[in-house]
Design a binder for this molecule. Structure first.
Ligand SMILES: Cc1cc2nc3c(=O)[nH]c(=O)nc-3n(C[C@H](O)[C@H](O)[C@H](O)COP(=O)(O)OP(=O)(O)OC[C@H]3O[C@@H](n4cnc5c(N)ncnc54)[C@H](O)[C@@H]3O)c2cc1C
Ligand SMILES: NC(=O)c1ccc[n+]([C@@H]2O[C@H](COP(=O)([O-])OP(=O)(O)OC[C@H]3O[C@@H](n4cnc5c(N)ncnc54)[C@H](O)[C@@H]3O)[C@@H](O)[C@H]2O)c1
Length: 483
């Protein structure tokens, strides 16, 4: 990492940021734009955080490579046996990965340099609430004081003792990027977002995947209809699901692995990915010295409006504060925290933000699910469109995917938008805009959409709801007693 701090006499800053992931970097750049002096301390070799090095960008790059080389997007036309490259190797996946990551890091480093954000490589820890000590790889230490601090240290994979991780056959979600070879069979433990994304990505590469989850369900924050569609798709493609059974042991057996489930059932696979959540990286941060403490998963609590911790001049943002733990929301938190720390008025994050799951196929959602609407007792109507109903879907050879919209019967406002299928994570932003601008069914019904596009599904779904809502109105009128 370029230690732009070195050689400078400054040891006091307006803002000292620990961690250079999405929240740390946005906070630092925002502070620099406000003419404040900023130091970013990062213990990794280069800036970028989990997002750039082991999380968001790498997993999405592997997904893109897998879909391109496998010819996945063309299989609707040419059949399931269609391949662009016959023998896809782990090396093929890595090649594109390294190019993409290098580019991302260069952009970031340039951004820091342009905005005169000082960076320093080393591990930071508090020695008192106003002082941080930074230890370099070689063991030298330097101390810095600051008016305000930002803890943006993110998370690391949860690695329980009973799992014999070896980086050869049994991996966590960071190590999987250095996979030496593509396995024929793979077991993924934990059907959270990471587990589901990787399970479906490896399945698209013809790896036989078994998804293991102690709970009876997966991704239960996703609307039921969307989840049913997605689950059907996974099963249809041969992903085995072992849900509702705890993992009792994970072992290396011969050249492969064995997972023993509660009740004695076993899952055999050449390789295991353990993706059962992440822990806040706060264990070596000297929280005590700062007057702070973390929860059992290493997370800090903050005031959600200002992102201040219990010690008001110390802020925290990103995955270290827990839900929603997304790169997208972390960036917003970082900026809001920096503005508050430097007394610059700013907005609050909007109530509804999109959630994008880059599984194969993608899932994306914004606003309330049907279950939430029911819980809140809001009279509602649903409109559904299948992506294969759109002309663009025909052209692309899509045979799966759906978009579901929920509208309030009383106000006609959009309450929720849920998509599974190709392009879901891009398409969602139309729903997000209408939702946050408090738009109604009429937006979709009265506006012209580009044709042929997948976005046309919004119009189809809205008309579906509109027809039923009109029918409701007619029924209401005809139910009225004769005057
Ligand atoms: C496999 C995977 C896929 C993901 N996919 C998506 C996605 O598609 N979309 C999305 O929005 N989000 C995704 N996420 C989540 C996203 O990566 C995180 O929400 C985001 O990275 C959190 O940012 P952060 O600011 O908390 O910092 P992080 O990115 O977690 O980075 C924290 C940094 O702090 C550094 N650090 C820690 N302790 C110290 C210390 N004491 N001193 C100095 N430096 C320190 C670390 O080295 C690290 O570089 C994914 C995560 C994973 C793991
Ligand atoms: N596309 C995205 O936005 C994206 C992608 C990947 C990750 N992320 C973020 O990264 C974070 C971490 O993701 P994750 O999938 O690791 O965590 P998670 O908490 O979402 O899911 C963990 C899963 O593992 C299961 N589990 C817990 N303990 C277990 C055990 N001992 N054995 C077996 N299974 C167990 C849980 O029931 C859960 O289903 C998430 O909060 C997510 O927001 C986001």
């Amino acid at each position: 990492m370029d230690a732009s701090y070195e050689g400078k006499a400054l040891d006091h800053f307006d803002l000292l940021v620990i961690g250079s992931g999405p929240s740390g970097r946005r906070a630092a750049i925002q502070a620099a734009k406000l003419d404040s002096s900023v130091l970013v301390v990062e213990r990794g070799r280069r800036v970028g955080g989990v997002s750039v090095h082991t999380g968001t960008i790498p997993s999405k790059t592997i997904r893109e490579t897998a879909l391109n080389l496998s010819g996945w997007r063309e299989r609707g036309f040419y059949g399931r046996s269609y391949r662009v490259k016959k023998d896809i190797t782990a090396g093929d996946l890595r090649e594109r990965l390294h190019k993409t990551l290098n580019h991302e890091i260069e952009v970031l480093e340039h951004q820091f340099a342009r905005n005169k954000v000082a960076t320093l490589r080393g591990e930071a820890r508090f020695v008192d609430p106003h002082t941080v000590e930074v230890e370099s790889e070689g063991g030298e230490t330097q101390r810095f004081t600051a008016d305000t601090f930002m803890i943006a240290v993110g998370t690391q994979p949860f690695r329980p003792d009973y799992v014999p991780f070896d980086g050869k056959r049994i991996f966590d979600s960071d190590e999987i990027l250095e996979l030496p070879e593509l396995p024929r069979t793979m077991a993924v433990i934990g059907a959270g977002v990471i587990g589901v994304e990787y399970a479906s990505i490896f399945n698209s590469l013809d790896v036989k995947v078994t998804l293991v989850e102690p709970r009876q369900t997966m991704l239960d924050f996703i609307d039921d209809d969307i989840l049913d569609d997605f689950t059907y798709d996974l099963r249809d493609r041969g992903v085995a699901m072992r849900f509702g059974q705890k993992v009792e042991a994970v072992k290396r057996v011969g050249d492969g692995c064995e997972i023993v489930l509660e009740g004695g059932r076993k899952v055999q696979a050449q390789m295991v990915l353990f993706a059962a959540g992440r822990m806040g990286s706060t264990d070596r941060l000297g929280l005590d010295a700062a007057g702070l403490s973390a929860d059992h998963r290493g997370r800090l609590s903050v005031n959600p409006k200002t992102l201040q911790t219990a010690v008001p001049h110390i802020y925290a943002a990103g995955d270290v504060i827990g839900f929603p733990s997304l790169a997208s929301t972390s960036m917003e938190q970082g900026r809001i925290a920096a503005c508050h720390a430097l007394s610059k008025p700013t907005h609050q994050p909007p109530e509804f933000f999109p959630y994008g799951i880059y599984s194969v196929p993608e899932i994306s959602t914004v606003g309330m699910s049907e279950k939430e609407v029911l819980e809140r007792d809001i009279p509602y109507e649903v409109g559904v469109a299948r992506l294969r109903e759109t002309s663009r879907g025909h052209i692309m050879g899509l045979n799966s995917g759906m978009l579901k919209l929920l509208f309030s019967i009383k106000t006609r406002r959009l309450l929720g938008c849920h998509i599974v299928g190709e392009g879901a994570t891009e398409l969602i932003h139309i729903g997000q805009a209408v939702l946050n601008l408090k738009g109604t069914l009429e937006y979709f019904v009265e506006n012209t959409f580009n044709y042929p596009t997948l976005a046309e599904a919004y119009k189809i779904a809205a008309l579906d709801a509109y027809n039923r809502m009109s029918a409701t109105k007619v029924a209401e009128v005809s139910d009225m007693p004769a005057q």
